[in-house]
Design a protein around this ligand. Structure first.
Ligand code: AMP
Ligand code: MG
Length: 519
């Protein structure tokens, strides 16, 4: 582990809370508190990501060794680490919640790498000043879900925080999974997350809410210099630098939303404390993957009533969250117009990129609003698996004969009446006609579609199967699945079970169709 060189700019250049340890407290004029992980009884490695390890220069022998297990379970500290939990606030489900912070995440410090610095963070390693009434721990179930999805998203080409390791603690954690008064013991786990920065919109909001304007400026300057060096270089004037940076954050966030819509990812808890300043997917909790194409679907049981965080509303929520960030930055800029203008361009930016993405999904050279909208309406009306539909549409050459793929994608084939069948047939014919008009012959069309439409996504029920096995100490399925997810756009021999639509048994099983925040 000597290869890890720490250069802890965050903790060296920003003010710390004068107290240490995990006693719960509100902090003032500081970004973080120093706190150490709670040691665990008997850590065991469930999986590590060779791809994330490579970023850190860690080889296979190191990642399967004793020291790795000790360090990434929180049992051993390396000399140059600077352990801390950061302070942020946030709007939860639309309401300002005050101080939140890293309640169960402990940063180990920033490591220098060839590709830049990377913060290492243990999730589930014990209490911090921000744990509020909770225990700072995480269970195997939610840790495996975060671990798998982080790496799957990376391989899908969606911006995301990374995950280095999934380690069981050998300890039991009490959770009321369904919030129905039936708490039970579950295996504890710790994930090591990796990202250049874990700064969220909520960090800025917290400083603004406390009217710590000077620190807000210091922090914003630090984040821009450290994470957006090109903007720091080209904008000497404070205001223009802040605005250029806010514009960049808006654009990254718009891009992220387009990517989520492309692959069918539903975050489930898009609170402002769960939006990364880098435009990465962060905090995998009760997220879910769209199975049948339903824009109103939310995976989060806590959100079932309001459906604030449903698939189709994610871009609008992202914009609302950016508005909250703009409000937090206002004291630095003291003018609303430029902030409003930037926010206003989010919608145009998103729409343009979404159109381009949808054209790619359909293998078209140019976006066609009519054919796209008709399809999305049909998919909604027919309970069709989004992933399977788009993937296999690439193989269709003849609208009359190549329709067998639909049977595979429909969740309830018996409900597809003659009218829906006719509409689908007509759509297929019109679609192929448009592709031809645009000069997209089948070969190039399929090639474009197959690099846009994944075949293997971390489906909710597959996660549950891997969790069931891992809970019994069997990690074979997790292993195989992780290797399949490394090449999501490539058909892999013998791996069809990882590409199948949700089976009926999983329709209403907890963890497969709906997830609670309990983790
Ligand atoms: P979330 O919306 O799930 O990302 O978390 C909201 C807040 O609750 C954050 O401040 C988390 O750090 C905190 N939190 C969630 N689970 C726990 C836990 N088990 N122990 C301590 N804090 C937690
Ligand atoms: Mg969070």
């Amino acid at each position: 582990m000597q290869s890890l060189i720490f250069d802890n700019a965050f903790t060296q250049r920003l003010p710390a809370d004068s107290h240490t340890g995990s006693e719960r407290r509100q902090i003032r004029n500081a970004l973080f508190s120093r706190v150490e992980p709670t040691p665990v009884v008997s850590p065991y490695l469930m999986h590590y990501s060779p791809h994330a390890a490579e970023l850190l220069g860690l080889d296979a022998a190191t990642c399967t060794g004793e020291e790795f297990l000790k360090v990434f379970s929180g049992n051993q500290l390396l000399p140059d680490m600077d352990l801390h939990a950061t302070c942020y606030g946030g709007h939860q489900f639309g309401n300002w919640a005050g101080q939140l912070g890293d309640g169960r995440a402990i940063n180990l410090g920033e490591v220098k790498t060839e590709g830049g610095h990377l913060m290492l963070q243990l999730k589930g390693a014990g209490e911090t000043p921000y744990s509020r009434t909770a225990d700072g721990l995480a269970v195997l179930r939610s840790s495996l879900r975060e671990y798998v999805c982080s790496e799957a998203m990376f391989h899908l080409g969606v911006p995301t925080t990374r995950a280095l390791s999934l380690i069981g603690t050998g300890e039991q954690v009490m959770r009321d999974m369904l919030y129905d008064g039936h708490p039970a013991l579950e295996h504890g786990a710790v994930v090591c997350r990796v990202s250049s920065s874990f700064v969220r919109f909520g960090h800025f909001q917290m400083l603004a809410a406390r009217q710590e304007t000077e620190l807000l400026a210091t922090f914003t300057n630090f984040v821009i210099e450290r994470e957006f060096p090109a903007i720091a270089k080209t904008h000497q004037d404070d205001k223009s630098r802040y605005l250029a940076w806010f514009d960049d954050v808006c654009q990254r966030t718009a891009k992220l939303m387009v990517e989520w819509m492309r692959v069918g990812f539903v975050h489930g808890v898009m609170n402002t404390d769960n939006l990364s300043i880098l435009g990465e997917t962060i905090d995998y909790g009760p997220y879910g993957w769209l199975e049948d194409f339903d824009p109103d679907w939310t995976p989060n049981t806590t959100d079932a009533g309001q459906r604030r965080y449903r698939y189709g509303q994610q871009p609008a929520i992202a914009q609302w969250n950016l508005l909250q960030l703009a409000n937090a930055l206002y004291p630095l800029i003291e003018e609303t117009k430029p902030l409003e203008d930037i926010l206003g361009s989010f919608a145009t930016h998103y729409e343009n990129q979404w159109q381009c993405m949808m054209a790619n999904k359909l293998g078209l050279a140019n976006f066609d609003a009519e054919i796209t909208n008709r399809l999305l309406k049909l998919l909604t009306e027919t309970e069709t698996d989004m992933t399977l539909f788009f993937r296999h549409l690439a193989d269709v050459k003849n609208a009359d004969t190549d329709t067998a793929f639909l049977q595979n994608a429909y969740y309830a084939p018996q409900t597809i009446n003659a009218d829906l069948q006719a509409q689908t047939q007509k759509w297929l014919g019109d679609y192929l006609g448009i592709a031809e008009q645009q000069g997209q012959s089948q070969g190039p069309r399929a090639a474009l579609m197959n690099r846009t439409n994944p075949l293997y996504v971390p489906r909710n029920y597959l996660a549950q199967l891997a969790i069931d096995d891992a809970d019994n100490g069997d990690f074979k399925r997790l292993n195989t699945w992780m290797s399949v997810l490394e090449r999501p756009y490539t058909w892999q021999e013998g791996m069809d079970e990882y590409a199948e639509r949700r089976p009926e048994w999983a329709r209403n099983r907890s963890g497969c169709s709906m997830l609670s925040c309990s983790s």
